[in-house]
Write a protein that binds this ligand. Structure first.
Ligand code: DNO
Length: 394
């Protein structure tokens, strides 16, 4: 596997030297400064490569940008409204401009409104480390008390609503502020930091969109972009919904084995592949991550490795230590290495992999400015544990 680390660019408090010290050899990044939907020029991409190269020299490990994560997909594309045709044309040009700079793997997702979602960014572990957590009741609280939505009984049971009311009473002002921040854009890579009204407006835009509509829109998008990916030898990897369950009454369609089957069958090409995110997939109680990997292994273009611990309500989870969660990484890594071996019959092929998220540990906790989940020390530990497994099972 290509040991990679996500890097949020020159403004990331985690610097390229930190990434090198963590023993990664590749960086996964995106041009986060470019607004969603706009075209990335060849020059924009080259500028970022030059920045990385300037930090490389003959003495140190030469970090290389191997994966673009992500080219975000604008909501107008997901909804196929307004200027979506222009946005798709920009998307295609962006793919070509990335490839012309010799980067051939691109991750994207099709989550409506918000990208990945957590409800707590500082969940205290028994070790005193801090983790990210998703609590389903807090999503109901968010809808009930922050968005003040009506008709919640349409999608939640009486018991869930009562439990949410009870939970809400135990939260203080700070907890509520943090919940709001976490859901409405406190996480890195989120589309935008919404205001309550903007968030409601987006919910309204998706109001009549069914699961079937959204799937159809994704299929159209795939059919439009994949020929460009093929022409430019780019491997696209669609990231699963995180978490892989519908949120706020809006459908999510990249959550299960069946969803992936639909997506990968929509355009039969190795360029139309998946980002296998173990932690995201495992947080849906019905998903079997080993089965999903086995089924689509030939189409896995990028890998995220992180673990989770599911909770009793079957919807909530927290991000556990890489070796302590519900996923057996020894088993999974063996499967990945076997697939790499299969691909490497003619020429050695390594799948790009990054440890996804880390806890906030040691000095991470005193840093004022950090991207939740993307701390230096926490991820360093994650990568080290994964490397240990890789080394011992290879
Ligand atoms: C979370 C990430 C995802 C990912 C995008 C991929 O940490 O794995 O947010 O960046 O969804 O498109």
């Amino acid at each position: 596997m290509q040991n990679s680390f996500r890097w949020y660019g020159p403004n990331d408090p985690v610097k390229l030297t930190d990434i090198r010290q963590a023993n990664a050899e590749y960086v996964v990044t995106s041009l986060h400064q470019i607004p969603y939907g706009e075209k990335w020029s060849k020059k924009d991409v080259k500028k970022r490569i030059d920045y990385i190269n300037k930090n490389n020299n003959s003495y140190n490990i030469n970090l290389k940008w191997n994966v673009v994560e992500s080219i975000p997909v604008h909501n107008n594309i997901k909804l196929r409204t307004k200027n979506f045709k222009k946005l798709i044309s920009n998307y295609k040009d962006t793919i070509a401009n990335i490839a012309s700079n010799n980067i051939y793997t691109i991750c994207y997702n099709f989550m409506p409104i918000v990208d990945w979602t957590r409800t707590q960014l500082d969940f205290k572990l028994p070790t005193d480390g801090l983790a990210l957590k998703f609590n389903y009741l807090q999503i109901i609280i968010f809808e009930m008390y922050i968005l003040k939505l009506k008709d919640l009984e349409k999608r939640y049971t009486f018991k869930q609503i009562k439990n949410a009311e009870k939970f809400f009473k135990s939260m203080n002002t700070n907890d509520i502020k943090n919940l709001k921040l976490a859901v409405m854009g406190g996480l890195p890579a989120s589309e935008t930091k919404y205001s309550i009204n903007e968030f409601k407006k987006m919910l309204n835009a998706y109001k009549k969109v069914t699961n079937k509509d959204l799937k159809q829109n994704l299929r159209e998008f795939i059919k439009e972009i994949m020929p460009v990916a093929e022409e430019n030898k780019v491997k696209m990897g669609i990231h699963p919904d995180d978490p892989p369950i519908p949120l706020f009454g809006v459908p999510r369609i990249v959550s299960t084995l069946e969803d992936y089957k639909y997506i990968l069958d929509s355009y039969n090409s190795s360029c139309n592949g998946m980002t296998f995110c173990a932690g995201s997939l495992a947080s849906n109680f019905s998903n079997d991550v080993y089965k999903i990997f086995s089924k689509f292994k030939k189409r896995v273009n990028f890998i995220h490795l992180r673990n989770i611990k599911k909770e009793k309500d079957r919807k909530s989870f927290y991000e556990s230590n890489h070796l302590k969660g519900d996923i057996d990484f020894v088993r999974l890594i063996k499967m990945i290495l076997k697939e790499e071996k299969r691909r490497s019959k003619i020429k050695k092929i390594e799948i790009p992999m990054r440890p996804d998220h880390g806890h906030s540990l040691l000095d991470d906790q005193s840093k004022k400015n950090f991207n939740p989940g993307y701390t230096a020390i926490g991820r360093l530990m994650g990568l080290s544990e994964l490397r240990g497994i890789i080394k011992s099972v290879i």
